[in-house]
Design a protein around this ligand. Structure first.
Ligand code: FA5
Length: 351
């Protein structure tokens, strides 16, 4: 009852199905609403009841056989697709894994962290301040007015007449005192980047790190400065360090000192590191100048304070015996990876 030609055509079309697209095309052509097989049902209305039953039966049989052949084809195609996918995503679990290389703390950050830890354990707060700073904080309130010759001590990058890249971390002293008005005690350290128009060479960089320290309270004396630095330097460079204070000059401290530590390599006997002197220059310090206290709202007849500032690169160079400051900034992995051993021995020692 079904047209033989159509049966042949469908059979051929099914045999030619080899892709998902072919399968879809077939469905569209023969089994969709207007498809050639579906539209056979419209013949029904022209048939008698008897014929209708017979034709309906044949049509159903035909449709079912087509459908089951399509299902079989799809099942086969799905299986092939899955096998291909599994094959392409095959993981060789016997291959060795990719090694994850571990980074290490940069030597400058190690020194900063060590100094922070030492001072935090003595009750200090850690402060920070802007690297783009006002002339007022970087110089004027630190007792260095515009025409003062001491400005030549720090060749500065100016952005305009009033704004500059800070040449020292000392402006954080000013900011902290102004914030606290005349509240005491102030006990802070401030690590941070500073900038100077110095020519880069083995011991100078145009950008480097300083750590500032400031204590303001009643009855603070030079003895407190000495005691504090002695504790800190013994922790930083190892027990048995002695300190030596030499007179110096900073406009914001009076008296001012340059602080030397007894050489931690030769224990003061004299070696290459200390240039045979037994001493290594480590930082600048002094008692906060009365003008600076006054500028920040502290009565110098009531309050006194000490301050110090150290160069992190110079400390790291001494500690790790590095000859060229530029090594800290060139990111040469051969240089940086050496510090993993230092880290390991420190970690082991602290266990
Ligand atoms: C000062 O900058 C003062 N503000 C320090 C201070 C603070 C004194 C508080 C008193 C009280 P000085 O210019 O000496 O001081 O610099 C401090 C340290 O920075 C030096 O000892 C040195 O270690 C380091 N330093 C200076 N210039 C450079 C540079 N171009 N490259 C690397 N380190 C530098």
């Amino acid at each position: 009852m079904i047209d033989e030609n159509l049966i042949k055509e469908v059979d051929e079309a099914i045999n030619n199905i080899s892709t998902y697209d072919d399968l879809n095309d077939f469905r569209l052509k023969y089994l969709s609403k207007k498809g050639s097989i579906t539209s056979l049902s419209s013949k029904m209305k022209e048939l008698s009841n008897e014929e209708k039953r017979e034709f309906g039966y044949c049509l159903n049989e035909f449709k079912n056989s087509v459908q089951s052949r399509l299902n079989a084809i799809k099942e086969k195609m799905d299986l092939e697709y899955l096998n291909k996918k599994l094959e392409s995503e095959k993981i060789d679990i016997t291959l060795p894994g990719t090694k994850i290389t571990k980074g290490y703390i940069h030597p400058l950050n190690r020194v900063i962290e060590e100094v922070k830890e030492i001072f935090i354990s003595m009750g200090y707060d850690v402060k920070s301040g802007p690297e783009v700073e006002n002339d007022l904080y970087n110089f004027e309130l630190l007792n260095i007015p515009k025409s003062h010759p001491a400005r030549d001590m720090q060749d500065t990058f100016y952005i305009n007449e009033e704004i500059l890249l800070r040449s020292q971390t000392s402006p954080v002293q000013i900011r902290t005192m102004l914030e606290n008005k005349d509240k005491t005690p102030i006990r802070i350290i401030c690590p941070g980047k500073v900038y100077r128009r110095d020519n880069d060479d083995a011991t100078h960089s145009h950008q480097f790190e300083q750590i500032e320290g400031l204590v303001v309270d009643k009855n603070i004396s030079m003895a407190d400065l000495k005691g504090t630095l002695e504790v800190a330097m013994n922790k930083l460079f190892g027990d048995g360090r002695k300190l030596r204070f030499r007179p110096s000059f900073f406009p914001f401290t009076e008296p001012s000192v340059e602080v030397d530590v007894s050489c931690f390599k030769c224990n003061g006997k004299g070696c290459n590191m200390c240039k045979k002197t037994g001493w290594i220059e480590i930082l600048g310090a002094g008692m906060v100048h009365p003008n600076v206290l006054r500028n920040c709202g502290y009565d110098p007849d009531v309050y006194t304070g000490f301050a110090f500032g150290l160069g992190v690169e110079r400390i790291a160079m001494l500690k790790y015996e590095i000859n060229d400051i530029r090594d800290f900034y060139t990111n040469d992995l051969r240089f940086l990876s050496q510090f993993k051993y230092i880290e390991k021995s420190d970690d082991d020692a602290s266990k």
